[in-house]
Structure formats: C-alpha cells, structure tokens
Design a protein around this ligand. Structure first.
Ligand SMILES: NC(=O)c1ccc[n+]([C@@H]2O[C@H](COP(=O)([O-])OP(=O)(O)OC[C@H]3O[C@@H](n4cnc5c(N)ncnc54)[C@H](O)[C@@H]3O)[C@@H](O)[C@H]2O)c1
Length: 370
C-alpha cells in the first residue's frame, strides 16, 4: 500500500484548472505530479505556472506510476471516456461535474471502479466548504425542526460573456440545469436525502449565443439544451419538496439562493457554488434573524480531491462520492425528461448521504498517511 502524500494528475488545463492547481499545490497531503491536455502546450504552461514536474499528453500522464488520482477537468462530453481510461490505468478518479452525461455511462463508470477496486468521486466540493457545511450541520442538529421544503434560484444571463470557450456549456451535458444544477441539487440531497420524483417546465430563448471574451469573441455557438428550467422536486422520504429554478436567460442575475424551511424556522444558506458565506436563521415566532457564522474549510476547489486522497490512505469513505453524483445526474436527467413529457418522473436511484465534515477539518494539515 502506498504511503505519504497522494500523487495527483490533472487532465484538462482549461479555465477551472487554475482554481484546482492553486489549491492542490498547497495541500500537504497531496502532490500534483503531472498535467495533461489534448492541447499539450496548454498543459505545459499550467505545469510551469504551478511548479508541477510533469506535463504532456493523456497517455503520458496515465503511464506515470506516481499519479494515484486523476483529476478530470475536461468538458462533460469527455468525462466518462477520460475516467474509464484512468481506471484502466489503475488510478482513482475525481471528475468535474456532471459525472457523465447519461445514466448508462454513469452506472458503467461506477461498476468499472467497483470491479477495479478503485474510487470515483465527483464535484461539486463547494458543498464541503464552511458555508454549506455549517448550514447542513444546523439542519442535522434540528435548529429548524423537521425540514419541510426548500426553494433554490440560479438565474443569470449565461456564461458566454466570460467563458472563452463556452460551446460545451450550451451542448448536451451543459445548460443551466447540468452546469449549475449539481451545486443546488447536491446541497438539497445532502440536507433532505434522495429525490424521489420530479416535474419540470423548460424553454430556450435563443438558438445561438455569442462568445464574449478570448480569441473566439464575436463567434456564435449553437444552443442545444434548454436555457431555463423550473423544477418541482419531491424527496423520497418524509414528504418534503423543493422548487428550483435554473436559468441562463435572465438579464437579472440571482445566483446562490437556497432557502430551507422547517417546522421551527427557516435557514437562508450561502451560495452553494462558493466555499464560504454565513447562514441566516429565522426562528418561528422571532422577528429578528440570527447569523450562523460559517465554520470549516474555505480553501476552495480541490478540497473534495483532498478528502478523497485522505480516504484512500485511511480506508474511509470519500464524501463527494460517485454514487451521490450519479443520483444528482439521474435527478437532472429526470428533470429534463419531465420537461419533455409534461409529467412527473420517478427517480429510481438513491444517494448515500455524506457525513458532514468535522468543523475542524483542515486542508492545510499534514496527516499521518502511513
Ligand atoms: N469554468 C468554470 O468556472 C467551471 C467551474 C466549475 C466547474 N467547471 C467544470 O470543469 C470542467 C472544465 O471546465 P472549463 O471551464 O475548465 O473548460 P475549458 O474548456 O476551459 O477546459 C477544458 C480543457 O479540457 C481539455 N480537454 C477536453 N477534452 C479532453 C480530452 N478528451 N482529453 C484531454 N483534455 C481534454 C481541453 O483541451 C481544455 O483545455 C467542466 O466539467 C465544467 O463543468 C468549470
């Protein structure tokens, strides 16, 4: 069995790789060994920027024995293929979200990992940040009594104004539901348990979007998925429900809205796409809100990879599990089905509810990893 810091290889050196690399290169319990991309010079540039010793092709990364976890930051259409190749090479996987783009490939991926004795974990790890974890601990402690319902809102004009290569955000596996849904739905499942059925309405305002930044600025990308989705979610146990809006077609941005109502009060959560932010508690019968100051890790993207790495060394369970991500994907696909068919759709899968992180969980600590 390997010992010491866990070797990490990053595949996909695009926009989000900066956030991962600036954090992963500072955690004592992991060591970034290699960066790969289809665009090899892009991988080389990131390796140089972050002082990572190896860079090159995906094949070269997979042949590097010091890489134990592949952090897959490719576009959604490539998530499954890259993850299978990593498992074939004997490596654990962290996928960016969504886990894959369809149910069959998600199931195949988790079965592949099971056969190989390897782990697949998946973003978002923002929900492991101090902000959402503090709120989830409050729910568990019964601060608002029994949870009854939730409302979430994510409305924006869309990401094409700032993302230099946004085609994937309007292709299958993208759109506001699959791109932003994981943050909100993972939070809801963590608070309420699995989602049992969904209804939805969806629409698409514009057939193309115009890239707003970078070398492709001014060019159009096709829109292949709905860009506004309103969903009604019924949780599998206990009768609770939620209403969620995901939109890339609102001139008025309203992001990060998550409110959970219980028998004894209401919690207004911080943005589930961020790691920090306080929770506001409104107790039933009180006209003054209370602030629950966020307690926990705010280190940013990569803390889920670190939790996975520590679980690999210690034999524990990773919190951002593949099974949780597969359920969230199943819910998103069911929402899309429900919008297509104008009916409630049953969600067959169930998710394990991750244990909250201890409040003193510290990414900067060097653990005893053998
Ligand atoms: N951009 C963000 O703000 C953001 C935030 C959170 C999560 N994410 C997620 O991160 C992932 C990547 O997003 P991004 O914005 O960095 O995209 P991006 O297009 O900027 O970068 C993707 C990179 O992956 C490479 N790539 C694509 N297919 C590949 C393959 N088969 N093998 C090797 N490399 C391949 C591309 O060449 C590119 O460099 C997506 O799943 C996205 O949902 C992005």
């Amino acid at each position: 069995m390997s010992r010491g810091p866990v070797g990490v290889g990053v595949i996909g050196a695009g926009v989000i790789s900066d956030q991962y690399l600036s954090n992963l290169t500072t955690f004592p319990d992991v060591t970034v060994r290699f960066i790969a991309d289809l665009d090899v010079p892009r991988a080389e540039a990131q390796a140089q920027k972050y002082g990572v010793p190896g860079s090159g092709s995906v094949e070269q990364l997979l042949a590097d024995d010091s890489v134990e976890i592949v952090v897959n930051l490719t576009i959604p259409a490539a998530h499954a293929d890259v993850a299978h190749r990593a498992l074939d090479a004997g490596k654990h996987v962290w996928n960016e979200k969504p886990l894959t783009t369809d149910r069959a490939s998600a199931t195949e991926l988790l079965e592949h990992a099971g056969r190989a004795g390897l782990r697949v974990a998946c973003a978002p790890d923002t929900v492991l940040g101090a902000g959402i974890q503090t709120a989830l601990r409050a729910v568990r402690e019964g601060v608002i009594g029994a949870p009854l319902s939730a409302t979430t809102m994510m409305l924006s004009p869309g990401p094409e104004s700032w993302h230099p290569n946004p085609a994937f955000l309007f292709a299958r596996g993208g759109g506001p539901l699959f791109d932003m849904g994981p943050y909100y739905l993972t939070t809801l499942v963590s608070a309420f348990g699995s989602i049992g059925s969904v209804a939805a309405a969806a629409s698409m305002a514009f057939p193309t979007r115009t890239v707003g930044s970078g070398p492709l600025a001014g060019t159009d990308v096709p829109v292949e998925v709905p860009t506004h989705v309103g969903a009604l979610l019924r949780f599998a146990d206990g009768g609770a429900s939620a209403q969620s809006t995901f939109s890339f077609q609102s001139a008025l941005a309203r992001q990060g809205f998550v409110e959970i109502t219980g028998t004894d009060g209401v919690l207004v959560l911080p943005d589930p796409n961020r790691f920090e932010g306080d929770t506001v508690l409104w107790r039933r019968g009180s006209s003054e809100p209370e602030t629950l100051t966020a307690v926990g890790a705010t280190a940013g993207r990569g803390i889920g990879v670190l939790d996975l790495a520590r679980a690999i060394r210690t034999g524990g369970s990773e919190r951002a599990s593949g099974a949780l991500a597969a359920h969230v994907l199943d819910v998103m696909l069911s929402i899309a089905d429900a919008a297509d068919t104008d009916r409630f759709v049953e969600v067959a899968s169930r998710a394990p509810q991750p244990e909250p992180l201890p409040a003193d969980w510290d990414p900067a600590a060097a653990s005893d990893l053998g």
